[in-house]
Design a protein around this ligand. Structure first.
Ligand code: C5P
Length: 223
């Protein structure tokens, strides 16, 4: 019997490459489901922090990942609400402290293994856009289209700076560049599922591109 699997489009890349926004745009455009895998790592970090668990304790953090009680409300894809143990944490998981924590716990094999099947379960008809770091290399190695979005650290920090200023937060540009470099370094150099393009990924460097141009390139790669 030939069992067909749902279409999966993977979008990997470093923080601030525009993946999040572009994945949402693509999922809406195609009418597909969306997996924001970074949110899962953020949820593990936040859940551990809330329980007072030391993020350096791999075994305790892995247990948190295995037992994660999370609901993504499906109303409108990304602007969906995220509930952790029944409490809304949609905004809380985006704080800088949680970003750093997510990058730390994402290096633990126990955490990555605990989240693997949970991520694969998002693949459903009519299709899935999967946003992350290792979607094309590890989670969905047989995806039909693999995209890798990147941009210089400065361009990515500047985008983040504008987002945070728009939210009225005071931020230091030099600190943002430093944080982005630190996360890149950690994500790229970990032994398990490091951030790197799959061999068959289409790489798009958006440093000097407007978002519409990047989106057009993505559609061209899919069709
Ligand atoms: O994409 P986002 O910035 O929300 O991801 C938060 C962190 O989770 C990243 O810095 C990365 O360390 C980790 N992550 C990962 N693998 C994924 C998605 C995110 O390791 N597929």
């Amino acid at each position: 019997m030939n069992v067909s699997t749902p279409v999966v489009i993977t979008i990997d890349g470093p923080s601030g490459s525009g993946k999040g926004t572009l994945s949402q745009m693509l999922a809406r455009h195609l009418g597909y489901h969306l997996l924001d895998s970074g949110a899962l790592y953020r949820l593990v970090a936040l859940a551990a922090m809330k329980q007072g668990i030391d993020l350096g304790d791999e075994s305790a953090v892995s247990q948190v990942a295995a037992g994660l009680d999370v609901i993504f409300s499906l109303e409108n894809n990304k602007s969906a609400q995220i509930l952790l143990n029944g409490m809304e944490v949609t905004e809380a998981i985006r704080q800088e402290a949680v970003s750093m924590g997510a990058s730390q716990v994402a290096a633990y094999p126990g955490v990555r293994n605990a989240l693997l099947e949970r991520q694969r379960a998002f693949a459903a008809e009519p299709g899935l856009v999967a946003d992350g770091r290792d979607m094309g290399t590890t989670v969905f190695p047989n995806a039909q289209t693999k995209l890798f979005l990147t941009a210089s650290a400065e361009a990515r920090a500047e985008r983040r700076y504008k987002q945070l200023c728009a939210k009225g937060e005071s931020v230091d540009m030099a600190e943002l560049v430093r944080d982005i470099r630190e996360r890149d370094e950690r994500d790229s150099n970990r032994t398990i599922s490091p951030l790197k393009p799959a061999k068959d990924a289409v790489i798009i460097d958006s440093t000097t591109m407007a978002i519409d141009e990047v989106f057009a390139r993505m559609l061209a790669a899919i069709h």
